[in-house]
Structure formats: C-alpha cells, structure tokens
Design a protein around this ligand. Structure first.
Ligand SMILES: C[S@@+](CC[C@H](N)C(=O)[O-])C[C@H]1O[C@@H](n2cnc3c(N)ncnc32)[C@H](O)[C@@H]1O
Length: 256
C-alpha cells in the first residue's frame, strides 16, 4: 500500500507547487499548460524553412519580437487574416496569455515561439520572414548594455539573415533613449526610413495597427507619456560587421 510519505518521493511537482506563493504557482501552471498548446513551440528543432507547413498555408509571416503577452501578434492576426503571425519571447508564462487568447478566439494564423531572440536565425530560413514588429522592448539604456538593444546592428544582422528584401521592421517604444538610438542606427548604417512618428497617440489619423496597445505600453515605464514609432527596412547589401561604424555608434551613444 502507498504511504503518504511516498508522495514526497514522487517526481510529480504538484506538492512542491502547493508550498509556493500563489503567483509562482500560477506561473508553474502556465508553464505546464503551454506544453499542451498546439500553437506554442518551445525551443523546437528543424523549424527553419517549415513555418508555412506548420500553418498549412503559404501566407506571409510576420514576427513580433519580445512579444510578452502577444498583443501585437494577436491584434494583427485579427486585423490581417491573410497573414501569419509568430510572437517570440523567452517567458513562457507571458506567452501563455497570447496563446490562450488565440485558442479561445480561434485565431489559427498566430503561433508563439519560446526562445531567445539571439537565436532567431536558427528558427527561420533566409527570406522566410516578411516583417518584424518589436514592441516595447527593454530599452537597455545603460551604455554597457547597448548591444542588448533589439535594434542594435548586432540584432539587425541577424534579422537580415531571415527577412525578405525590403522587409519592414517596426519599432514601438515609450523610451526616448531607444527611439533616438534607433534613428542614429538608421542614419549611420544607411538603413531605409519608412515612417517616424514621435507621438503616436497625439496623431488622430494613425493606422489601425498602431492603435493596438500592449501591457507595457499601458504601464508607461519610461514615464515619457509618449509612444514613439519608427518603421524602416534594411539595405540589400549586408550590414557588415563594420568596426568603424560600430565604434562611431558606441561613441555617439556615450555622448548622449
Ligand atoms: C518590456 S517587456 C515587453 C513585452 C510586450 N512586448 C509588451 O509591450 O507588453 C520585454 C519582453 O522581452 C522579453 N525578452 C527580453 N529579452 C529577450 C530575449 N533576448 N529573447 C527573448 N525574449 C526577450 C522579455 O521576456 C519580456 O517579455
């Protein structure tokens, strides 16, 4: 007969979970639940080049990087049923919210990928991605963290490996520092600026897609009371790892 103490020896984590604070219990539950969701892939293997097969159609693919709860992936999926959307984030409990919303609302053109953005070129093949949205990423304003900014040339070089020619990159941020840094990068590396709005919600005629609001947009952590939007594309030539430009970027950053 099983004794109650035997349960303590089980690898089943349910009894551990009961000892955790409610927030941590909720996280664990969500981590377990996303493993059962057909629209969430965690560190999958062999997905590069296979996303259209996953969606079972040949619609173009848009990524939302640092998607958190995936408000853009799901919001755009509702606005554009003729496109596929993939939200990417490292935090499973945040992805849970967007994935659950998609299941409840029968959104079949959206999926979520749990991984580090630094590895994005292992999950997508050349030209597999049509557009990229970056929504309220951590601005990483400390100079020592500049390379972690998702619009740093280090990341743009990765995006260039998977984006179609002329593929658009959209950045929405409440951080004036990240907004100015992005514009410096665009100028310095000869990127193609498509749109630049320095106060999205002041503008009455914004496109519908800019009125989608994310969790962090509502928090206004930068306390700027403004939302900045920049849209740009990458030049056809590869953004070389040009040490001279990287050095100029670094010193312009230090002067700000
Ligand atoms: C400030 S939150 C923004 C979330 C969401 N876009 C929003 O606006 O509410 C930044 C998100 O980026 C994710 N993140 C940061 N660095 C990442 C990385 N290198 N790879 C994957 N996700 C990352 C975090 O987990 C977090 O959910």
């Amino acid at each position: 007969m099983r004794k109650p103490a035997d349960d303590f020896c089980q690898t089943d984590t349910s009894w551990y979970a009961l000892l955790l604070p409610p927030m941590a219990q909720k996280k664990l539950k969500r981590f377990a639940e996303i493993k059962t969701f057909s629209n969430v892939l965690e560190y999958p293997e062999n997905m590069a080049g296979n996303w259209n097969a996953f969606f079972r159609n040949d619609k173009p693919i848009t990524l939302e990087l640092a998607c958190g709860k995936g408000e853009y992936a799901t919001g755009l999926a509702q606005l554009y049923p003729q496109k596929n959307f993939i939200g990417i984030d490292i935090k499973g409990n945040r992805i849970w919210a967007g994935a659950k919303f998609s299941i409840n609302n029968n959104l079949t053109n959206v999926a979520f990928l749990r991984t580090q953005i630094e590895k994005i070129d292992t999950y997508f093949a050349a030209n597999e991605v049509k557009e990229i949205w970056i929504t309220f990423p951590d601005p990483q304003l400390r100079i020592s963290k500049a390379k972690k900014r998702l619009v740093h040339p280090r990341f743009l070089r990765l995006y260039q490996k998977i984006l179609q020619p002329h593929g658009k990159i959209h950045l929405k941020t409440d951080s004036p520092g990240l907004y100015n840094f992005t514009k410096t990068v665009i100028k310095l590396y000869d990127l193609i600026l498509i749109a630049d709005i320095d106060d999205v919600h002041k503008n009455k005629n914004i496109p519908q897609e800019l009125s989608i609001k994310t969790h962090y947009e509502n928090l206004d952590i930068a306390e700027s009371k403004k939302v900045f939007y920049v849209c740009f594309s990458l030049p056809e030539k590869i953004i070389d790892a040009d040490e001279r430009l990287d050095h100029i970027l670094k010193s312009s950053n230090e002067k700000q």
